[in-house]
Design a protein around this ligand. Structure first.
Ligand SMILES: Nc1ncnc2c1ncn2[C@@H]1O[C@H](COP(=O)(O)OP(=O)(O)OP(=O)(O)O)[C@@H](O)[C@H]1O
Ligand SMILES: [Mg+2]
Length: 261
């Protein structure tokens, strides 16, 4: 009898612990982006191209999430619409409780400056500016003083392993080094969300992993949300969550690690 009681008490404790764990994880999830009924249709002459069709998704603060899909599936379109680079045809995107599709151009630009960093596959650095000047650019747009923005840019370039390339121009650096400058530029304003579209697409596999480690390391340190597009399963496997995109729709979602928090 005593044995049975002890056994059921143990079992009750075990269940209680499980429930607490679930609640704890749930508590930590704080939505940062909420996407509702999102569609994007391009018109090319008479033709209609449905690039995104009825996307619904919540992305949490601090999460590293990957959009994975084949060429033409709509990954870049989704990233660009979320980052406010393109307007959706239908639907809502709420970022930090702001409906960004409703913002006018000026307000959207200010919102992006304050909250969003973007890393491009082709680096998109300004060729006539050196590394420090490239990384300083987003701070200049925000009106930060030259002294302060140079200090911050140097700090970031050191953090991405380029202390000896501060005065190098893009053409005087390797692809991997240029992408490190691109990463420093995306993180220099300390944005809550960093988007990256195939950031390792032009790099060899060893450099790709180094660049990936850098981005994820910076994002995790500051609890920033990292949203990355890739067609490479090995890269996607590093994410907390993989969102599979097929023909402009979410095909499935794979949770790999505890999300956010
Ligand atoms: N500006 C545009 N005008 C018309 N159609 C477009 C435009 N941009 C993208 N598309 C179309 O939308 C669809 C999705 O394109 P998208 O660039 O998002 O694909 P992707 O998944 O990023 O592909 P990739 O892996 O090749 O970069 C494609 O059919 C593409 O042709
Ligand atoms: Mg693309």
């Amino acid at each position: 009898m005593i044995n049975i009681c002890l056994e059921s008490k143990k079992r009750a404790n075990f269940i209680l612990k499980g429930v607490c764990n679930i609640l704890n994880v749930a508590d930590k999830r704080e939505p940062i982006i909420t996407i509702s009924n999102l569609s994007k249709i391009y018109r090319v002459g008479e033709e209609k191209v449905i690039a995104l069709e009825n996307i619904n998704l919540v992305i949490n603060k601090g999460e590293f999430c990957c959009f994975l899909g084949t060429s033409g599936s709509g990954k870049s379109t989704l990233l660009n619409v979320l980052a406010g680079l393109e307007k959706p045809t239908r639907g809502n995107i709420r970022i930090k409780n702001v409906n960004i599709e409703k913002l006018n151009e000026k307000k959207l630009a200010a919102f992006r400056q304050d909250n969003i960093g973007f890393i491009f596959q082709a680096y998109n650095l300004v060729n006539y500016l050196n590394a420090v000047e490239n990384v300083s650019l987003p701070l200049m747009f925000k009106g930060v003083s030259k002294k302060e923005r140079t200090k911050k840019a140097v700090e970031l370039l050191k953090a991405v392993g380029l202390p000896k390339h501060l005065r190098h121009k893009p053409t005087q650096m390797s692809g991997g080094q240029q992408q490190r400058v691109g990463i420093a530029r995306a993180f220099v304003t300390n944005p809550d969300i960093v988007f990256a579209d195939e950031p390792t697409g032009n790099l060899d596999s060893k450099t790709s992993m180094e660049v990936l480690d850098l981005m994820t390391g910076l994002a995790k340190t500051n609890n920033q949300t990292l949203i990355m597009v890739t067609h490479d399963v090995n890269i996607a496997k590093r994410a907390d969550r993989i969102i599979y995109i097929l023909d402009g729709r979410i095909e499935k979602i794979e949770e790999r690690q505890s999300v956010g928090g």
